[in-house]
Design a protein around this ligand. Sequence first.
Ligand code: AMP
Ligand code: ZN
Length: 476
Amino acid sequence: MTAQVSLFNTLTRRVEPLQPLAPPRVTLYTCGPTVWNFAHIGNFRTFLFEDLLRRWLEHSGYDVFHIMNLTDVDDRTIKAARQAGKRLVEHTAPFTKAFFEDRDYLRIRPAHVYTAATEYMPQMIALVSRLLERGVAYKGEDGSVYFAIAKFPTYGRLSQLDKREIKVGARVASDEYAKGDPSDFALWKKADAEDEAVGAAWDAPFGRGRPGWHLECSAMSLEEIGKCCGVQTLDIHAGGIDLIFPHHENEIAQSEGATGQPFARHWVHGEFLNVRGTKMSKRHGNFLTARDLREQGVDAAAVRLLFFQTHYRQPVDFTDEALDAAKEGVRRLGEFHERLQKTGRGEKGEVLSGLAEKLEADVATALNDDLNAPRAVAALFDFVRAANRELDKPVPPPATARALAAFERVTGLLDLLPTARAADPAFVRWVEERIAARAQARKSKDFKAADAIRAELVAKGVEIEDTPQGTKWRLA
Ligand code: AMP
Ligand code: ZN
């Protein structure tokens, strides 16, 4: 049984019931990180709303096939590799690894497939060939291959862009050479010296070069849904709102230009994480990475709660106060969880059972309605308040089994219970890394540095003891 999940569809600008091609299967493609550097928590706001979407679909009985790409070849990765004096893959591999670590820290469910662009060259080359054969692509005078948007009449439908209004914007401009029409975009860029220097050039029948960023997502998603499900249409395609144009618009043009089938039935886009009203981004320098938060000892549950308190289609402004409030919220959930676990051998559980039923019904109604996480979170805290009032009443204590089950299902779905830090592998790694750094400082007689590290550990509640067998640690 699948419940009625509704989602805002950017294609129609309406909240619509999700209607997968072949329920209960849902194919979900989410544009992943560009692994030129560490992802920031703005990127993770998008990945977290997608995580909740995936979890809610699964909870609702859908069988989700989730694909996420890793952009490991594009302008940014090539430039960063060049600056680091490395080969492309050598530069991106550690950032891919870091992305997976950050994903695990934030308790994001792994996608079923991660597609690294550099591993799909044959599919990308085949897609370009197909578009050339169909006459919707052409080779420019500069040797690059372009998509002719004049040959694709519905171009601009997703972003509701009238063709005359298409501005030659920043990302379009970077493809700006020798094109038939200034709005045409590059499918395949002729290799230049920089591409060759970092190993970002591949042979193709239409010339040695490298894929354009937009092409990558089309080729990889079509390959994967073809392989898994024998289809050419995604049920859901998601990303941040900055991807609507030109990225997703171009993905549609390329994919539909090649297959003649609708590329995605449902387009879902999340709003930005901002800092004082400005989009968090590397370019603005106003960013924070997941590892920054982890090193500050921030529980991932607090980050999740912070983001889920706002609807995914509303901007969130990141502040320390908001994060502190979320930490406090998570602490309250943890405390309440313990309380429920400890009480509850009595008979009179009707009130709590009623509250539990209401909690689950409210959460379902909220999430079915365009993934309204803030309403689900509000229902959770309403439940905690009402149940605490019940538990405060004099004897006999009510039976809590039903309440505990509902509370654990909802907090498990949103994944909001505090981490037992001693069991958090990321935290343990951090502690061990600091202890090793301290040992190193002591070895080189830098006692000031060693003391500073000890203080850093103490601030996170870690006590250390130097023994003949080495330094031991425990949580205070
Ligand atoms: P990128 O690594 O730049 O390819 O971006 C990965 C994902 O992060 C995309 O879905 C972007 O839309 C999203 N993204 C980038 N910046 C932000 C932000 N400040 N808030 C929310 N999502 C963002
Ligand atoms: Zn994409």
